[in-house]
Structures are given as structure tokens and as C-alpha cells.
Write a protein that binds this ligand. Structure first.
Ligand code: NAD
Length: 496
């Protein structure tokens, strides 16, 4: 880190500012908040600006001022800056990945993997914006050149969750600026350090003043004024349904373009003919890595009755063997949840399911010790009623429920009977059953014989039904949201 973001030193702890109009500045409120390590809350990572509406207003003004000139410069000039930022971030992957694990709680391997993903996204869009940006059509008039151009929208508000604190900001901010927009970025308040790292890499790469502005702080103090500002012409949000739907209403009413990526209740179907070793390993990875705090995490294992006893037993063995601990320790497979509130909420859901008589197969006990970190023991429930709370609601923790079905048709019907549709998997050796699943499953990301949580950065990402707003992120899909189409009829002037 270049330490440019530090606006004050409080003892040995840095105070990080906002990045507005090309400079790191203290928040106008004068207030800050603490960012602590969820695995060890006594470790204070840093102080961050607890910003307010005035900071948001200044950031939007800076972004508005930069929009015309940034939108007008050559795509190759923008590509060079993105590529340079990728190199800067690549040179810091170990440090940033470590900071990611310290503030979010996923393992160091996952933290480094996610930071590497952000580098790949920068590289991808440095190339993507050199691709054709319009289409040429035939015209009824033989002398008319009829074609389309894609142009930037203007100021984009980017609001992101804590669970992928560098990859999700990268996959929104990078295409936004690549296609010539300017950005006001409000990261989740629990993971501001990753936001600082990404912003620093882009600023050091030479991004002109005002193109990217970072404002840290709370949901209502920063997020709400950003969503309401008429100068913000597009809002891209990833987070919970309740917040996303509120944002859609507010920003939509004032005519802004809105993109939402929301929750999931992702199923993994295990049919009787599957390779059970492989299926069980993949289901556990999908359910438990990042402590189940992925929007694409597996939370329902929908298993054929003929193998359900064996699959449940094997899942229980693997759940019991998972090593929970300090995310920075190489041996650790499961870190803490992101906050005390998250751990309390997930523990409460486990207790509630137990009190309702759902069969607890593994885990479920309190995770004591661990330096007072926000740990929840990986937990497996058996014989879950698909219509129950455990079968329907996103828990966002290391909790998996097994649902028993008679065949592939029932499995798909159960899988679809939730309000979400983000990702889904099936495990089978039967190509016919796999194809039936691919055709009938209501999900935006579909896996055959792999876990629900894998996603590559150059292909569309997003969900069906309540998981998304029909738009897609990443890859070529990103330009749909971050550009608008201009149709041009070009005729020669009359010769006389
Ligand atoms: P959240 O909705 O609480 O917060 C997301 C962001 O919105 C944060 O930056 C927050 O400060 C901000 N925010 C909250 N209230 C706001 C308001 N009224 N106005 C403006 N901004 C506001 O979500 P979270 O707890 O950070 O993230 C977890 C959720 O995100 C889960 O539901 C998960 O499934 C979802 N998620 C979805 C995807 C996807 O691509 N579909 C990816 C990751 C996470």
C-alpha cells in the first residue's frame, strides 16, 4: 500500500480518508469508525471516515465534473490505465489478500484468490474496451450508413456488500470506468480497507481527478444520499433483497438505471447414480467455504432417497472434520463470520431450527474460544422440510440442510420452489438427467458436476427471479448496463 489514504495516525493505528476529486481527505463530519478483525476483535485494523451527505455531494460533484472529459478520451488511453492498475494490484496481492482476510474473515488462500480475481477483472476490461463498440446495419436507403454506438451513461453509484470486498467492487467499478463513466463508490462499512486498496491501485495508475471517488461510512449516512442524488444516473447494487428492493424503488422513481444482485438459496441436487465422493466434496466446498457467506453458497443438498442415508453420513463426517480457526493460519478451512451480529443471527437460526424439531446431524454447538472471534460451528441438518424456514430463507452462514426426494423431477421442482434463483448444481453421470436439469432449473448460473459457488470473470453473472434484476454483470454482459445505445443515420449531403 502506498499509504496515501492515511489522513491521520492515531497512536499506531491509521485513519483512512475518503478519495474525492483526486485526493484523500478526512470526512466532512469529522467522525470515524473502527474496523476490527472478526477472528480476533481485539485487533484494530484501522479507523475510517464515517462520512455523511456532504461527502457524498462532493464526490458526486467531482464525478459529474469529470464525466465529459473521461467519456471523451480514447478507449486505448483508458485501457492503459486499467492495465497499469492491474500490475500495481498484482504486485500487492499478498498484502491485499492478507488485509482482506483480516477484515472479512475468509481464509488467506481465499483472500489472495479473491484479490487475484480483481487483477484478472482489470486485465479483462483493459482488453474488452478494445472490442467493437457498435453495430453496422443495412438501411432502406442505399446511401445511408446506419450504425449504433455505445456511449457512457455518466455518474454511476456503486454500492457493494462485505462478502467479496474486492472482487465485487472490481467487477462493477472497472467496467463502469472502462466504458467511460465516472463513479462514486460506497463500500460495505465492514470492509473499507479492501475498497481503499482498489482505489489506491487505480489512482496510482493515473486515473484522472474525479473519475473514481470513494466514500466510506454507513448505509443511511452514505448509501441513501447516493441513491437519491439526481446526478447519479445509474446505480449498481449487490447485497440483501430488502435493501436492494428499496434502492430499486428510490432510484427507479427518479429515472436512474438500476442493477441489483441479491440473495440466493442455492440447491445442489445429488442423484442416485452420482459419483458420491466427488458430489459430497463439492457440496461441502459450496456450502462451507468462506463460512457459507457467498451469495452462490450451497444451502440445500437435495438428495435422491436411495442414497440419502449414505450422502448424509458422508457429509456429516466432512463437516465434523473441517478445521475452524484463524484465517491467516494455513491449516484453517473455516474462518469466522464477518461480525458479532452475523454470528448471533446464524446461531439464532440454528437454535430455532433445532427447537422446531429439525434433525441436527453435525455441528450446531457454540464455537467457544478463538479469541472471542465471531465463529459459528459448521452445521448440518437432515430431513429438512423444503417449505420450512430452513428450506426457504438465505442464512448466509456455514449451515447446510439435506432434503430428500424420489427422483430428478421432484428434485428440480423442489429446487425451483424458492423465491431465489442465483446458482444451482446437479451431480449425475446421466446426460439425459443433466440436460433436463439444465433446461428446467430456474437459476442464472448452472453447474453440472461442480459446486454452486464457482464463477469465472469473463462470462455473465447473475440470477433468475428474486436474485437479480434480469441484468447481468461481468464479461461482455457488463457493457449492457454501463453504456447506452445511440443509433446513427449518416447520409451524405445532397451534391447540389
Ligand atoms: P446489505 O444489503 O446489508 O448491504 C449491502 C450494501 O448496501 C452495503 O454497502 C450497505 O452499507 C449498503 N446499504 C444498506 N442499506 C442501504 C440503503 N438504505 N441505501 C443505500 N445503501 C444501503 O448486504 P450485506 O449484508 O453487505 O451482504 C450480504 C447480502 O449480499 C446477502 O444477501 C448476499 O446474498 C448478497 N450478495 C449477493 C451477491 C450476488 O451477486 N447476487 C453477491 C454477494 C452478496
Amino acid at each position: 500500500m502506498a499509504n496515501g489514504s492515511i489522513v491521520e495516525q492515531r497512536g499506531s493505528t491509521p485513519v483512512h480518508g475518503n478519495f474525492i476529486a483526486g485526493a484523500w481527505r478526512a470526512g466532512k463530519t469529522g467522525e470515524t469508525y473502527e474496523n476490527r478483525n472478526p477472528a480476533n476483535p481485539s485487533e484494530l485494523i484501522g479507523h475510517f471516515a464515517a462520512s455523511g451527505a456532504d461527502d457524498v455531494g462532493a464526490a458526486v460533484s467531482a464525478a459529474e465534473e469529470a464525466a465529459t472529459s473521461w467519456g471523451a478520451i480514447s478507449a486505448f488511453a483508458r485501457a492503459n490505465i486499467l492495465y497499469k492498475a492491474s500490475e500495481i494490484l498484482a504486485s500487492r496481492v499478498s498484502e491485499v489478500g492478507r488485509d482482506l482476510s483480516r477484515e472479512e474473515g475468509k481464509t488467506l488462500k481465499e483472500g489472495i484468490g479473491e484479490t487475484t480475481r480483481a487483477v484478472q477483472i482489470l486485465r479483462y476490461f483493459a482488453g474488452e474496451i478494445q472490442q467493437p463498440i457498435g453495430e453496422h446495419y443495412p438501411s432502406v436507403s442505399p446511401t445511408t450508413f446506419l450504425f449504433t454506438l455505445r456511449e457512457p451513461i455518466g455518474v454511476c453509484g456503486i454500492i457493494t456488500p462485505w462478502n467479496f470486498p474486492i472482487a465485487i467492487p472490481a467487477w462493477k467499478i472497472v467496467p463502469a470506468i472502462a466504458f467511460g463513466n465516472t463513479v462514486v463508490f460506497k463500500p460495505a462499512s465492514m470492509t473499507p480497507l479492501c475498497a481503499v486498496h482498489l482505489t489506491e491501485a487505480l489512482a496510482e495508475a493515473g486515473l484522472p481527478t474525479g473519475v473514481l471517488n470513494l466514500v466510506t461510512g454507513g448505509a443511511s449516512a452514505v448509501g441513501d444520499p447516493l441513491v437519491r442524488d439526481d446526478r447519479v444516473l445509474a446505480v449498481s447494487f449487490t447485497g440483501s433483497d430488502a435493501v436492494g428492493n428499496g434502492i430499486k424503488k428510490l432510484a427507479g422513481e427518479r429515472g436512474a438505471k438500476v442493477q441489483l444482485e441479491l440473495g440466493g438459496k442455492n440447491p445442489a441436487i445429488v442423484l442416485a447414480d452420482a459419483n458420491l465422493d466427488h458430489a459430497v466434496t463439492q457440496v461441502i466446498n459450496g456450502a462451507m467455504m468462506s463460512s457459507g457467506q457467498k451469495c452462490t453458497a450451497t444451502s440445500r443438498a437435495i438428495v435422491d432417497r436411495r442414497v440419502v442415508a449414505e450422502v448424509t453420513q458422508r457429509l456429516a463426517e466432512k463437516v465434523g472434520a473441517l478445521r475452524m480457526g484463524d484465517p491467516l493460519d494455513d491449516a484453517t478451512q473455516i474462518g469466522p463470520l464477518v461480525s458479532a451480529e452475523a454470528a448471533e443471527r446464524v446461531t439464532g437460526e440454528i437454535d430455532r431450527a433445532r427447537s422446531e424439531g429439525v434433525a441436527l446431524v453435525a455441528g450446531g454447538s457454540a464455537a467457544d474460544g478463538h479469541n472471542g472471534g465471531h465463529f459459528v460451528t459448521p452445521t448440518l441438518f437432515g430431513d429438512v422440510d423444503p417449505g420450512s424456514r430452513l428450506g426457504q430463507e438465505e442464512l448466509f452462514g456455514p449451515v447446510l440442510g439435506v432434503i430428500t426426494v424420489d427422483d430428478v423431477d421432484e428434485a428440480i421442482a423442489v429446487a425451483n420452489k424458492v423465491r431465489y434463483g442465483l446458482s444451482a448444481s446437479i451431480f449425475t453421470r446421466d446426460i439425459g438427467q443433466a440436460m433436463e436439469f439444465v433446461q428446467k432449473i430456474q437459476a442464472g448460473i448452472v453447474h453440472v458436476n461442480s459446486e454452486t459457488a464457482g464463477a469465472e470473470p469473463h462470462v455473465p453473472f447473475g440470477g433468475y427471479k428474486g436474485s437479480s434484476s434480469y441484468s447481468r454483470e461481468q464479461g461482455k454482459a457488463a457493457r449492457e448496463f454501463y453504456t447506452q445505445v445511440k443509433t446513427v443515420y449518416l447520409d451524405p449531403p445532397p451534391s447540389a
